[in-house]
Design a protein around this ligand. Sequence first.
Ligand SMILES: [Zn+2]
Length: 121
Amino acid sequence: MFCPSCQAEYREGFTECSDCGVALVWNLEQKPREEIVAGLMPVVETSSSAELGEIVDRLEKAGVPYVIEAGTALALLGGREEDVPHPWQARLSVATELSERAERIVQQARRSHRPFESPMS
Ligand SMILES: [Zn+2]
């Protein structure tokens, strides 16, 4: 996540720049593709297919429509070509007006998802 004003980089989970108070964006450069999909808000990026599955399951139960982009060259979509080849990752987006609701669902899914939990522990 980046601040479009001062260009500071933030970890995932932050939504606004603490210095400028403006909403963070996924990529500093606005690519034509992002204009084409105006109205779609990315709400999560993950490299865990299990986590993605948990999130999708919850979004479907909540009736929130979504779009997933996934692969090992996802970075190319943001113009970060120097990053490829890249580990598998996925980005899930929802309609902008549903993004706050979707983000709450994502947080709930992440809290419940414990990939390293052993049934014997
Ligand atoms: Zn800033």
